[in-house]
Design a protein around this ligand. Sequence first.
Ligand SMILES: Cc1cc2nc3c(=O)[nH]c(=O)nc-3n(C[C@H](O)[C@H](O)[C@H](O)COP(=O)(O)OP(=O)(O)OC[C@H]3O[C@@H](n4cnc5c(N)ncnc54)[C@H](O)[C@@H]3O)c2cc1C
Ligand code: SF4
Length: 506
Amino acid sequence: MTSKSPEQISEEAKLLIVDYLNKIDDMKPKERTQIPVQEMPAQDPRQRIKNLDEVALGYTIEQARIEAMRCLQCVKQTCVDDCPVKIDIPRFIDHIAHGQMKEASDVIKEASLLPAICGRVCPQETQCQLNCAVGKALKDVDKSVAIGRLERFVADWERATGKVSIPEVKPETGKKVAVVGSGPAGLVVAADCRRQGHHVTVFEAFHKLGGVLRYGIPEFRLPNEIIDKEIETLKLMGVEFKTNFVVGRTRKLTDLMDKDGYNAIFVGTGAGLPMFMGIEGENLVGVFSANEYLTRANLMRAFEKGKADTPIYPSKNVAVLGGGNVAMDAARMAKRLGAEKVYVVYRRTEVEMPARKEEVAHAKEEGIEFYFLQNAKKIIGDEKGRVKAMECLRYELGEPDASGRRRPVVIPNSEFILNVDTVIVAIGNGSNPLISQTTPQLNVNRWGNIIVDETQKTSVDRIFAGGDIVLGAATVILAMGEGRRAAAAINKMLAEEIEKEKAAVN
Ligand SMILES: Cc1cc2nc3c(=O)[nH]c(=O)nc-3n(C[C@H](O)[C@H](O)[C@H](O)COP(=O)(O)OP(=O)(O)OC[C@H]3O[C@@H](n4cnc5c(N)ncnc54)[C@H](O)[C@@H]3O)c2cc1C
Ligand code: SF4
């Protein structure tokens, strides 16, 4: 995204800021829109494809303050309107411009509990930055105020300076809340319910906590250290975690209430069931779901060659099917695991690709090749049942479909062969049916997503749900938003019960 080195970017910002600091409160909007957009310093692509370290390195303090000065402090705050959790964006940005980082952090935390994570992975260009007045004035969404990068800066500053505050926890209420799943939805519920003094236990099927944040999104985008810090804060607040605990197998969902005395349950089990294309050859050795591929690499540490218990399949030429963040992560991981050629095969064009723009740009810099308007027809195996090639078809765009995106239409007789030894399918995820199958009274829709009301309550009394298990595969911030709503409803329900119990005693 930038050809400048981190050192060069830092030096330029140090020089620029001197002038801006002299007139920080006196600049007219026009002058503010002329302040140069601050580029994100990043690891050199030639180096980073050999390691798993974070690609984006974060703003320096001078860069953050200059970027913050670009904000016009609008009266009509479209950025706030477009933020799913309604962070008071202009207020936190104004604090950054004035060098008040602690105050900036406090503003963000009023609405968002995981800013270091959201600042890194939220699709800002389709949310808060989409209608930013600066981007509109400059007729380029890429020139909007870099809200996500500023959010990340503040969270990282707080961590680096050791000024992370532990949220206050009210006195113990004696009520127990069970949270099933430790992804972003579950973590938010755990924090919000614990704050009210309820005993909270998080049950997680895996041996590690964090959900997709840990096993899906690679460390080069979201370092584990950041997830660990957020979980550490929850532990310090008194939240209890039980790993290797598969609700529905280890214990039935309703048993948590009927036998273990929990007063409320939140189900945040995500969308972990990979979808496949349903084409010939998908059962060949060398075909993976992106979920399996990334879980092996991230959670089972397969990139630690020679050390990991679950070594990864050695690949030279890899095709990744799909165009979302999951596809970008799988493609970039394959490159880091030693593949010489990695192709992303997507049946629409770059415009329709749902992946974050930054991830696509980084993937291109890392040498990932994009095959747009193409898709797999069948996967071809050798005599040992291993992938040796993929037959593809070319497409063109037709009329818009139900999603509003133009429908890809096959060009007849356009078949061609792509020589690959590995195929990673990243076309989406569905809900895991375990909980709904073992809790038949829980209403689900035809895709297996749990049906909830406007407070995230399910068809079963005292059971709430949110995140991908309700929405289908969505985003971190939407999962957090649902978690917040569910926690508010659980807290309200338990507070009313406590009042009733007190009244009965008196
Ligand atoms: C590779 C990848 C990249 C992504 N990139 C982005 C991105 O850049 N930006 C973005 O906003 N979103 C991204 N997403 C989507 C985002 O991560 C999800 O929308 C979000 O994590 C959903 O949160 P959740 O809490 O609902 O579920 P999850 O994060 O899926 O967590 C669910 C947890 O529940 C556990 N669980 C499941 N069943 C049980 C059970 N029966 N008992 C106990 N525990 C159980 C699972 O092990 C898991 O830990 C990405 C997703 C993937 C897969
Ligand atoms: S829309 Fe853009 S310029 Fe206006 S307040 Fe929000 S971030 Fe600042």
